[in-house]
Design a protein around this ligand. Structure first.
Ligand code: ZN
Length: 321
């Protein structure tokens, strides 16, 4: 099935105590719709596609009902990549490229995003529903690693303290990825003797190492060209594999005139009036889906007539609205 995410478990010797969990995602029309909205140089398109696949893998791995936003802030030709994935697996993505950027076809991830070593990777968990008083959480770490997969693996090890590895690939047709995560070593069940616990731990480690060894044989091309079900069975044919019902993924930009209005109010009356004076109308284009929103002087007057906010803070570039 395309545009779907599959969760699976590699069962060890004890049923229901799987030592390894995994996910595979294949985004086809979801990714093509995102990509067709922009005309990015190929290396940027591929890197963004990998981040899109990664966002689906991480979102599905969370027990969380809001949105996961991943940003890579670069210090080179690509200052920003943003991907947002919601708990219902709808997602959107955008990249910004420096105006004078020269991007060759064989550019490396580091040359693209971390030229001076000042790149940053940020993950935001936005609960969306603020009625419970929940606030967004944001973690920012240096860009460690020479690929999107390596950066995320390092981030996960640091934040969740769980061994996690990702394999990602994207081309103009598909964005795909796989995640393997080692689950915490099982504590002994009541009836287990210490030697049985030790054996289970040893066997769990072996399952993880075997899983990794097979997954590490995976080439990007194979990841891109093989459907998820075939891939899971091909890679883990030696294991007891439990595959769950796939989750459907799709492209969706949640931007709206109301959200842009709220963003303009946050920007503040002064800033909005300045733009009105200079350009006659406030023109806002959504970076994710290219939709345009225009606010003339009457619209702007209405915004601030119904809001008491006179001045606000300018949202960071690329902040989803
Ligand atoms: Zn939009």
């Amino acid at each position: 099935m395309s545009d779907a995410l599959y969760k699976f478990l590699l069962d060890g010797e004890v049923p229901e105590r799987s030592p390894v969990r995994g996910e595979i995602v294949s985004l086809d029309s979801t990714w093509r719709q995102m990509r067709q909205l922009h005309d990015y140089p190929e290396p940027v398109m591929r890197t963004l596609g990998e981040l899109v696949a990664a966002s689906a893998l991480l979102t599905a791995n969370l027990k969380f009902s809001g949105a996961l936003i991943m940003q890579i802030h670069g210090d080179g030709p690509v200052p920003l990549l943003v991907v947002e994935c919601n708990a219902d697996m709808t997602m959107r993505a955008t990249a910004s490229i420096a105006p004078d950027a020269k991007i060759s076809a064989d550019v490396t991830f580091a040359e693209l995003m971390n030229t001076g070593g000042k790149g940053r990777f940020a993950i935001t968990l936005d609960p969306k529903d603020r009625s419970q008083g929940q606030q967004p959480y944001q973690g920012i770490v240096p860009l460690e690693g020479d690929s999107v997969a390596a950066v995320l693996g390092n981030y996960m090890l640091r934040s969740e303290q769980l061994d996690t590895q990702l394999w990602l690939a994207a081309d103009s047709h598909r964005a795909t990825g796989m995640l393997l995560q080692r689950l915490p070593l099982p504590g002994g069940a009541e009836h287990q003797s210490p030697s049985a616990v030790a054996l289970e731990i040893e066997s769990a480690l072996e399952t993880w190492q075997r899983g990794l060894a097979f997954a590490n044989t995976l080439e990007k091309d194979e990841l891109l060209k093989t459907d998820p079900e075939t891939l899971m069975r091909r890679l883990f044919w030696e294991e007891t594999l439990r595959i769950f019902e796939p989750m459907r993924c799709s492209f969706l930009c949640g931007c709206s005139r109301e959200r842009v209005a709220a963003m303009l109010i946050t920007l503040g009356r002064g800033e909005v009036e300045e733009t009105l004076a200079e350009e006659g109308t406030v023109h806002v284009k959504c970076d994710f889906c290219n939709r345009s929103y225009d606010f003339d002087s009457v619209d702007c007057a209405q915004l601030f007539a119904t809001s008491n906010t006179a001045d606000g803070v300018r949202p960071a570039p690329g902040t989803p609205h």
